[in-house]
Design a protein around this ligand. Structure first.
Ligand code: ANZ
Ligand code: ZN
Length: 803
């Protein structure tokens, strides 16, 4: 009989579903293992083999864990709100609720046909009222704790599409759709106070087993900066402007100050500043600039002097001019800086433009510094700094801070780059924000019993252009009675950023059907934290930071008892084809539907594992797929060699088999799936050479393959006469005696003379032998630092180093 995946795969998928084989048990004596995939966005195009890579890994790991005796939770759901569905709706007129449902049905079919063992009873969809009711509930928890608030903020606005744009829709300052220059507009927006958690979000990164690269990205995003705030008094006024600096050692070099155009202190000087009109014009202009434009190192640094007011440098009481300049941001530090043009390049450029004095106060240690052409930004030795001259930068920072602190003019301060999270969107396809505005009571949260605030089905979901959500056009939606006093009131019409929906979804899987609460505490205790989270590295800063923030907040509310949501994180490598990242827009997509129809799901899965190191980008190869298909055909044909009477006495094959068990087990554990597959290939080739195979040996091969290629193994397993599923088998253990390597004595020569001997494994490679040989003390003495000309290696016997 031939291997025919099309005939067997559907059958086993149905069987697994019927047996509820991969369902998680809420009550079980087994230890738990929670393996989570980042839930996908249901796109109309379905998923391609690139998306499937991470899912193949998580399915493999979960299936192996089940065989190792764990009670596994491996759920799937849909991140269904958001812009792509809404834009699709605007283009086609099809309501997003309908298009996402259709997309979900399609992708779910794709996932099932790949043989993934998700627990579909726990499926969630963030755009369903049963789910977003609890997203709104979460928002209210933040609101009641004082961590959700409103303030005016800049949003991106496209004047020709007449719509507010998300940051992702602004490419190089232009609208993604029409290419017009995007404007900055100021609107009242909702924020979550994530900055309250900056320190914990930073420190607790040490606790989690995540790729170092992702941790570094989060650390930089949070951006802790330890420095000093220093107060500058305004001449002839009781007012003062604090600045934040990391370089208190340069204080004597401060020759002017710059404050952000948005700085509130400006309002106090309206009458005093003689050029206020000009100043106001500058403020208007800078409002339109994006932060990137303002901070860019190569852009010109502009600003205007505030005529008729000056500040006092607190270290030497010298009078310095004050400027407003948009290279200073209001959101960072104190929104004002002491400018030290000799030692800060931005200040240097600005001072040159404005003809301001540049005073050197730091010399380099080797005396070679020069501030002719650019600022000298490194630490060094102080000069021109009164009593602090000749101190090192580090010493001077401490001494100057001490001096200022005594006089209450400064103190140490820690600043973070992280900003509060803007969560309101003037968009239709999202969860409504559960707030009501009453003319008597002000802002009133929607009572929990009235949740969810249902997203109304409206016909015209195009953005309005006045910076309001399309919901603002639905009178039926807006008009409501105040929950407090009963008088006519209005609903908030903005919707929540979709990242809010995805900041807590991993909790809902533990108790997805709960109608009374977002989750039951005990169930959460049973399942969380997530033991392994698999997904793309592109979520390093946003989703992964927000989910950690939610977790810490819920921990503080005593709703959960852990601080970090994802104990271990793994980022799968991206799949390329024809040299570019696989994507619909590039037209280089391979669909699972095609591969499954032509080769079967098992071949696809095996290739996803085999194609390259799991965490690295890899090029898709059609030959690679064929190679994997060939391997499965061999595994299938091996059935013909099975001899039920044959005892196990083939010592050589036994040894290889047990070595393979060890290798596959360890490789899967360390995410080296490609080398695990290679080891199995070697084993299969060896088995092919045998005239007969014992059923025990063949079964061991089948079990090792089972989490990788589940359908073919179930079929063979059954054909071998087994009644129960292969997944009820325990994961095999190797016999340590069988994998002991034979050792040999390697002779080490230098220029043909024996200088050392060492015991090594019999199959040591030339490379390994060379490394070992030159690391030996006795050999080192003979080589010293002479150049090695040649290495002669006789396997199992000798290595000769020629110098
Ligand atoms: C004086 C100085 C002298 C500075 C010098 C640097 C070098 P990080 O490490 O990023 O925290 N700064 C402070 N607040 C700012 C704001 N709101 N907008 C723009 N720049 C701001 O950098 C801290 C430094 O960034 C501060 O130290 C300040 O310039 C500037 F030789 O103060 B420094
Ligand atoms: Zn009221």
């Amino acid at each position: 009989m031939e291997y025919n995946p099309q005939k067997i795969e559907k059958k086993w998928q149905k069987q697994w579903d019927k047996l509820k084989l991969f369902r998680a048990l809420d009550k079980s004596k087994k230890p738990k293992f929670y393996c989570l995939d980042m839930f996908p966005y249901p796109s109309a195009e379905g998923i391609h083999v690139g998306h499937l890579r991470g899912y193949t890994f998580s399915d493999l790991i979960t299936k192996k864990k089940i065989m190792e005796g764990f009670n596994c939770l491996h759920p799937m759901g849909w991140d269904a709100f958001g812009l792509p569905a809404e834009n699709f709706a605007i283009k086609t007129g099809i309501h997003p609720a309908i298009s996402t449902k259709k997309a979900i049905t399609n992708i779910k079919k794709q996932l099932i046909s790949a043989g993934f063992g998700y627990d579909w009873e726990r499926e969630i969809c963030s755009a369903e009222p049963e789910y977003y009711k609890w997203t709104q509930w979460m928002f209210l928890q933040f609101y009641n704790a004082g961590l959700a608030y409103q303030k005016e903020a800049a949003v991106n606005f496209c004047p020709s599409c007449k719509t507010v744009l998300a940051n992702e829709q602004v490419i190089d300052g232009k609208c993604e759709r029409c290419g017009s220059l995007v404007e900055r507009r100021y609107l009242k927006q909702w924020f979550l106070r994530i900055t309250n958690y900056a320190e914990r979000l930073l420190n607790d990164l040490d606790e989690v087993n995540w790729p170092e690269k992702i941790k570094t990205m989060q650390r930089n995003w949070i951006g802790r900066s330890a420095g000093t705030t220093i107060k500058f008094k305004i001449q002839d006024s009781s007012l003062e402007i604090p600045v934040f600096t990391t370089r208190a050692d340069t204080l004597f070099g401060c020759t002017y100050m710059v404050i952000a155009p948005e700085h509130p202190i400006l309002q106090n000087f309206k009458l005093q500043i003689s050029n206020f009109k000009e100043v106001q014009k500058y403020i208007e202009k800078s409002k339109k600039k994006t932060e990137i434009e303002r901070l860019s190192r190569d852009k010109e640094k502009t600003g205007i002097e505030l005529k008729d007011i000056t500040a006092i440098n607190p270290i030497n009481n010298k009078e310095v001019p004050i400027f407003i300049g948009d290279y200073v941001l209001m959101e960072y530090g104190t929104g004002a800086i002491m400018a030290v043009p000799a030692h800060d390049q931005r200040d240097f450029v600005f001072a040159k433009n404005q003809g301001l004095p540049i005073l050197e106060v730091i010399k380099s240690i080797n005396g070679k510094s020069s501030i002719e052409k650019e600022a000298f930004e490194e630490d060094g030795i102080l000069t021109n700094s009164g009593p602090f001259s000749e101190l090192s930068s580090a010493e001077a920072r401490e001494e100057i801070i001490k001096y200022l602190k005594k006089r209450e003019l400064g103190r140490k301060e820690v600043c973070y780059k992280l900003k509060d999270w803007l969560i309101s969107r003037q968009r239709y396809w999202g969860s409504p924000i559960p707030i009501i505005y009453c003319s008597k009571c002000g802002k009133v949260p929607v009572p929990i019993k009235d949740l969810p605030v249902q997203l109304p089905k409206i016909k015209n979901f195009k953005p309005t252009g006045e910076g309001k959500s399309p919901l603002a056009k639905s009178i039926k939606f807006i008009e409501v009675k105040c929950p407090k006093c009963g008088s006519p009131a209005k609903r908030e019409t903005d919707t929540l950023d979709t990242f809010v929906c995805s900041s807590w979804y991993f909790l809902r899987y533990a108790d997805s059907k709960n109608r009374k609460e977002p989750f039951n505490k005990l169930r959460i205790k049973n399942w969380l934290p997530v033991d392994l989270y698999i997904g793309g590295a592109e979520h390093a800063t946003l989703h992964l930071l927000y989910a950690r923030f939610f977790t810490k907040f819920l921990f503080d509310k005593k709703l959960i008892s852990f601080n970090e949501p994802f104990s271990k994180l793994f980022n799968q490598g991206i799949i390329y084809r024809h040299g570019t990242k696989m994507s619909k827009s590039k037209g280089n997509v391979v669909t699972p539907d095609y591969i499954i129809q032509k080769f079967g799901a098992d071949t696809m899965r095996l290739y996803e594992l085999f194609m390259g190191p799991a965490d690295q980008a890899t090029e898709w190869s059609d030959e690679g797929v064929i190679g994997c298909c060939r391997l499965l055909n061999k595994v299938w044909t091996l059935q013909n060699k099975v001899d039920y009477k044959l005892g196990i006495k083939n010592y050589k094959l036994e040894k290889l088999l047990h070595k393979t068990i060890k290798k596959v087990t360890e490789d899967i554990k360390s995410f080296k799936f490609n080398t695990a597959v290679s080891a199995l290939m070697i084993l299969v080739n060896e088995m092919e050479k045998q005239e007969k195979l014992s059923v025990i040996n063949y079964q061991l091969l089948i079990i090792l393959l089972s989490p990788m290629t589940p359908h073919i193994v179930e079929e063979i397993w059954q054909k071998l006469g087994n009644k129960k599923s292969v997944f009820s088998q325990p994961w095999p253990k190797y016999d340590p005696k069988l994998i002991e390597e034979e050792m040999t004595i390697l002779v080490i020569q230098v220029n043909g003379k024996v200088r050392d001997k060492v015991e090594v494994q019999i199959d040591i490679s030339k490379n390994e032998a060379e490394k070992l040989a030159i690391s030996r003390e006795k050999v080192k003495n003979w080589i010293e630092d002479k150049k090695i000309k040649k290495i002669i290696f006789v396997p199992r016997k000798l290595i000769n180093i020629v110098i």
